[in-house]
Design a protein. Structure first.
Ligand code: GTP
Ligand code: MG
Length: 852
């Protein structure tokens, strides 16, 4: 039984439940109608406590507001008092009643009585201790009546002793005297219509309600009166009866089947009902509906679950108890997506106000998917595949539902959470802005790939550069396409090439904003001259004059980023940097903005210390690979402060073994002689040289190899001599400067005399003679073109000018020259040789070159 102490008697003076309920088709056997008369003493006590609370201003007390209303049309001149409490006060444990919506009056005997009684205030799942699932599971008892939470305004209906029908909204009744129709009056008008249809009067209903000592609780849903979120057109508008409460301080309510039966008797619309006996099933059902936000093809806001609960089932009786299951985020967002998707499919404009950014992205995604597969759209309209499409979108974005619902707050609404790889960082810069430094620092922090345009020689550089960038993406999540891209046509080249080769790469401009040109000029000049020759092409020591001109050329040709048109409009994102700010600051800007833009690419911003170290390492340890000098990337042994620019070349590096000993000659001198020698030649002779030039296959730096490591075994005493010379020079330099330089020290000087240019269609070399400073080569050594102190192990001392492509190695010069010595130059062997007029003498510096 229900465990309460009231008497179970039939309702006096009314048709008995049994006869009335037979009209219901669904439930043949209806439960007994609950009835209990009001206890004057009990009601008086409740009112006393409530009145006290009205008067009391103590902070610890609950606050309650009492408002008196005259009852319209009451012949006896009844009034009612409405008692209104704050929502949160219902969570207290000391209330005389928990009725939400309570109107009291005095009955025909002048006794205090309850005129209208709402439900006990009930809470959403997890909103209170009692509504946590584990408590619900442990303390409640079925059957569980699940009713749809209708979406309108609540209306209470009851009768007074003089047969006046009392219609109230949550806290008031009657008209407020203003022009607008009040909720209770709108409810009463509706009620009048429904009774009229049945040929019944308001008095009939009032009398029945009074006799039963009940309040009918209904939801007024009517778009013509007031629009709520869900639509109630004329066919659906009306009063949805969802509960019948006994007018008692303690909550007692009719089982839902009786409520439905009553609705039928008095012309209310029935509230949908579902009864489950097992709480596990209840939970499963609710959560499954939450997934779609729809039930039986209808939108739902949530459900109210009616059952019985005991705070302590072993010792306390069960009582009528409700909780609600309201759909919240992410379900409300899912519902919005579903509606918008349907609008999309039906060619309407999706209308949405909440979750703007993520919903827009969802719709872009959905649009593409549906366009690619129309069946998806047709099925969707029939409510198939709704969850799947949504889940696929979330997977694509690397988000879960909760994060998606918080997308705006979490990511500012601008993030591309789906980007986890294939990001190309494309600088827009001029020389010395710090592109390479930034790239190396990013490599240290995140292992990003780095492709330097300066490392590419030969023909068709731009597409090869792009290809290399894309290749790096195979093994790195992001890559820095290290090139100035100062002009629009360069940006256009890589943006379109990438698009053509790999559609889904994300292009990010590292935009070195060129506003204060004078300041930029000053900073970059200072840096580049401090860098000295430590660069593939910009050799500030060797070619000081030219370098200024090259730098200025870039600045003059610079075309600022313009996102409003092609090609720059193709960038997916832009990060503004300052060429004068310093690489540490720029690094932080890049890292933070990448994290913001692509939270799944950079999940966490590294510590300040880590960024310090990365920049220190980049500035301190870098030397370009192309000149075969020391590289010590990947390790950071630098001091934690940022080193001064001119320390960058001197910083300590690991000592590497000698690769070869060579005589180095200035590139500009060799190039000048090559220009001179070809000037008077017929085009056919100059063709291969032109080819090498146009394909950038002329070496950027020239040397005569004296001995290579590979020959150390053949000529151990010579290898030892050179190794020792190198080591001694290094020790001397270290003693003088306190550190080992990135460029090995010079061990001596020797002039290089250019004798003949020898080439076929594969490579080109200059036959040289090394001339000691005293102007003479030793007699025997002179034969092989060698100076006394600077023995060369090669049969013919030479400078390799260039090879046709990477497949032809410079050391093949030895083979060419051996053939040339044997055969000379003939039509059949394809070898050409040209004499250097006047045998020009170039200055040479003997220096070791270390292994990489
Ligand atoms: P190019 O390849 O010549 O176009 O230059 P880049 O844009 O790659 O510049 P790079 O990173 O080589 O920087 C130029 C020089 O300035 C290098 O020697 C860097 O070590 C140095 N440098 C870079 N950033 C800073 C910085 O923040 N402060 C100082 N003092 N030097 C820096
Ligand atoms: Mg660079």
């Amino acid at each position: 039984m229900d465990g309460t102490t009231h008497t179970e008697a039939g309702v006096p003076g009314t048709t008995t439940a049994a006869t009335t309920m037979t009209t219901t088709t669904e439930t043949p056997a209806l439960p007994k109608v609950p009835y209990q008369a009001q206890d004057v003493q009990e009601v008086a006590e409740v009112l006393r406590v409530l009145d006290e609370a009205v008067k009391q201003k103590k902070r610890s007390a609950f606050t309650i507001k009492k408002t008196r209303f005259a009852v319209a049309n009451s012949e006896a001149g009844y009034y009612v008092d409405s008692w209104k409490m704050n929502d949160w006060d219902y969570k207290r444990r000391d209330l005389p009643t928990y009725a939400r919506g309570l109107f009291t009056t005095r009955n025909e005997h002048g006794h205090p009585s309850i005129a209208v009684r709402g439900y006990d205030k009930f809470f959403n799942i997890n909103e209170t201790h009692e509504t946590r699932w584990e408590n619900i599971e442990a303390r409640t008892q079925g059957p569980y009546e699940i009713t749809l939470k209708e979406n309108g305004c609540i209306i209470f209906v009851s009768g007074l002793a003089d047969d006046t029908l009392l219609v109230c909204s949550k806290h008031s009744t009657g008209d407020r005297g203003d022009v607008e129709l009040s909720h209770s009056s709108a409810g009463e008008a509706r009620l009048g219509q429904q009774l009229q249809r049945l040929g019944k009067t308001k008095q009939d209903l009032a009398r029945d309600l009074y006799t039963r000592n009940i309040t009918a609780v209904a939801e007024l849903c009517d778009d013509s009166f007031e629009e709520h979120i869900l639509a109630y057109g004329p066919d659906k508008a009306g009063l949805y009866l969802h509960g019948i409460n006994l007018n008692l301080p303690t909550f007692r309510t009719y089982p839902s089947v009786l409520v439905q039966d009553y609705a039928e008797q008095w012309g209310f619309i029935k509230t949908e009902l579902m009864v489950l006996n097992d709480i596990g099933e209840v939970r499963k059902f609710l959560e499954s509906v939450a997934e779609t936000g729809a039930h039986d093809g209808r939108d739902v806001e949530g459900f109210v679950i009616r059952c019985r609960m005991s705070p302590k089932p072993e010792s306390m009786p069960y009582q009528d108890w409700f909780f609600k299951y309201k759909f919240e985020e992410p379900y409300l967002m899912y519902r919005q997506w579903r509606e918008c998707t349907k609008a999309l499919i039906q060619g309407r404009t999706p209308n949405f106000k909440r979750h703007q950014a993520i919903t827009q992205e969802y719709l872009n995604y959905a649009r593409k998917r549906i366009a690619a597969n129309p069946k998806l759209g047709r099925d969707y309209n029939k409510n198939h595949g709704i969850i799947q499409l949504r889940d696929e979108f979330l997977a694509f974005k690397h988000l879960n539902g909760a994060d998606a619902a918080n997308f705006e707050q979490m990511y500012g609404g601008t993030s591309k959470t789906e980007v986890t790889k294939d990001v190309i960082l494309l600088p827009i810069a001029t020389i010395g802005c710090g592109k390479t430094t930034l790239a190396i620092a990013l490599g240290h922090l995140f292992g990003y790939g780095h492709v330097q345009n300066d490392n590419i020689t030969g023909t068709k550089r731009p597409p090869r550069f792009t290809r290399m960038v894309l290749d790096e993406l195979q093994t790195h999540p992001a890559v820095i396409a290290d090139r100035n891209n100062a002009q629009r046509h360069e940006r256009k080249q890589i943006l379109t090439d990438v698009k053509n080769m790999q559609l889904n790469a994300t292009m990010v401009a590292l935009n070195f904003v060129h506003d204060d040109i004078d300041a930029i000029r000053a900073v970059t000049h200072e840096r580049v001259f401090a860098r000295g020759d430590n660069h593939q092409t910009i050799h500030a020591i060797t070619d000081a004059g030219k370098v200024v001109g090259i730098m200025e050329g870039f600045i003059q040709r610079f075309e600022p980023l313009d996102l409003s048109r092609a090609p720059d409009e193709a960038f997916d994102a832009v990060i503004d940097l300052s060429p004068t700010a310093g690489s540490r600051k720029n690094l932080e800007t890049v890292v933070r903005q990448l994290h913001q833009l692509f939270p799944n690419l950079i999940k966490e911003v590294p510590s300040a210390e880590a960024m310090d170290a990365a920049v220190d390492a980049a500035i301190g340890e870098y030397a370009p690979a192309l000149r075969h000098e020391i590289i010590d990337r990947g390790k950071n042994k630098g001091p934690s402060h940022t080193p001064k620019q001119n320390q960058s070349v001197k910083k300590a590096v690991n000592k590497k073994p000698l690769e070869y000993m060579g005589v180095h000659v200035a590139a500009k001198d060799v190039n000048a002689e090559l220009e001179r020698i070809f000037k008077g030649q017929p085009p056919a002779t100059a063709r291969f040289y032109k080819q090498l030039q146009q394909t950038r296959r002329v070496q950027p730096a020239f040397h005569v190899t004296l001995i290579h490591r590979a020959s150390a075994k053949e000529r151990p005493e010579l290898w030892e001599r050179y190794t020792k010379l190198h080591a001694d020079a290094e020790a001397a330099a270290e003693a003088a400067t306190g550190s080992v330089g990135a460029t090995p020290p010079e061990v001596g000087k020797v002039d290089v005399q250019l004798e003949r240019l020898v080439f076929d269609d594969r490579l080109m070399a200059i036959v040289v003679r090394l001339v000691s400073k005293d102007g003479h080569a030793g007699a025997a050594e002179a034969e092989a073109g060698q100076a006394k102190d600077w023995t060369c192990v090669n049969k013919v001392s030479h400078i390799t000018v260039g090879t046709r492509d990477d497949k032809v190695k410079p050391k093949e010069s030895n083979d060419l020259l051996a053939r040339w010595l044997d055969e000379g130059s003939t039509e059949t062997n394809g070898i050409t040789d040209v004499v250097f007029e006047g045998k020009p003498l170039l200055q040479g510096a003997v220096r070791g070159v270390l292994s990489r």
